[in-house]
Design a protein around this ligand. Sequence first.
Ligand code: ACO
Length: 433
Amino acid sequence: MSKNTQNAILTIGDERYELPVIVGSEGERAIDVRNLRNDSGCITFDPGYANTGSCTSDITFVDGERGILRHRGYPVEQLAEHSSFIETVMLLIFGELPTQRERDTFREMLINQELLHEDLLHHFEGFPPYGQPMSILSAVINSFASYHPDLLDIQTPEEFRLAVGKIISKVRTIAAFAYRKSLGKPLVYPDPNRSYCANFLHMMFSIPYKEFEPTRAQVRALSLFLLVHADHEQNCSTSTVRMVGSTQANLFASISAGICALWGRLHGGANAAVIDMLESIRQGDLTVTEYLEKVKNKEMRLMGFGHRVYKSFDPRARILKQAAHDLLLEQDKHNDPLLEIAKELENAALSDDFFIERSLYPNVDFYSGIILRTLGIPVNMYPVMFAIGRMPGWIAHWAEENHGPTKIHRPRQVYTGPVQRDYVAIDDREPRG
Ligand code: ACO
């Protein structure tokens, strides 16, 4: 970060304020308002924070206008082509692509950490049948704080690596157990001889005496799905993790809060909402044209379209569109009726003025739902899958928040409620309605 030679000038009435402009490594400019309230008595007003930088960060660069996503400088397209999810995890969290030795050591750690503490298994029993996997995931990750009290106050790089290994490895075990629990199926333990993604699919779909053997395309599609979700700078859940972390809450609690933030339909729930939307069109509730008319009348949203940041295209959507195509081809499912509806919706929306004028393009969720569906993953697991992918980003941001100069996140507000009034005894209050 550098200081611009030019300052921004703000005039309020007769008063004039000079505000420093800071410049990021990709030339992004920000007006530094840190002293604004002290100097002028004014705050900035930016609901939804669309124009607010809450931190500086070395992790991920996004340029929404040009459809650019880079992690630690590397374009996501190159990582998708040459790297793997686990290598991307290491890049995001530790700052550099790993050497072979570092990669092997990390792999060893993931294997050592893949089992859950047996006592932790009772937590799964405590959830009702058909319990929501997302609530199970956030609760169990939060409970790590009780199972690993030695990692509550991480002080050394070794403690941090251990906490990372535990979370990255165990999250897929928890996710798969949550799924099996929701179906009343026996839990399948991890197999140390399988790769990260193959092991997850094994825990999801193997049954006693019948091992599930995923194809290369299935493993590749899952790895790409996780990789493109690995980080996306200051999105809602990541900002939540940073905000909770800014109180010096432990890593597990902060990540658990991020999982909860991800749950909503406008964030991690969007890929499930895409499938619900396609399913409702398939079942004949509405035709594609009728659905789009309702979207244009603002009665509903076209799920999987639009993005707070990307205004030309979502680079992750391009990667997953190709991955979905390859997977469907291999599985001979390219005649999937939902995919046909998705294509029809996409073509109709991309040539419609309503969407063109508002720069609304398919986002990553438009295709990720199709990949997960083809992998046989049920809809209530979609946000959990997103959470597994986003885990490295959350951890990297938590670490960055905690290693920098700590300042608790505490936005201001413009109060619009009643001005001061005096308390009225209950017998003297006017009846309402
Ligand atoms: N369908 C219909 N209209 C939309 C959509 C949509 N999916 N997205 C935005 N719009 C409209 C807005 O209503 C607004 O219309 P207006 O100018 O007439 O008022 C206009 O497009 C501009 O909206 P933005 O300000 O660009 O949207 P915003 O930043 O507020 O919201 C969001 C972004 C929440 C992602 C939105 O596009 C949306 O709801 N999309 C559907 C849900 C979805 O797919 N979420 C996944 C996001 S990606 C992720 O989380 C990994």
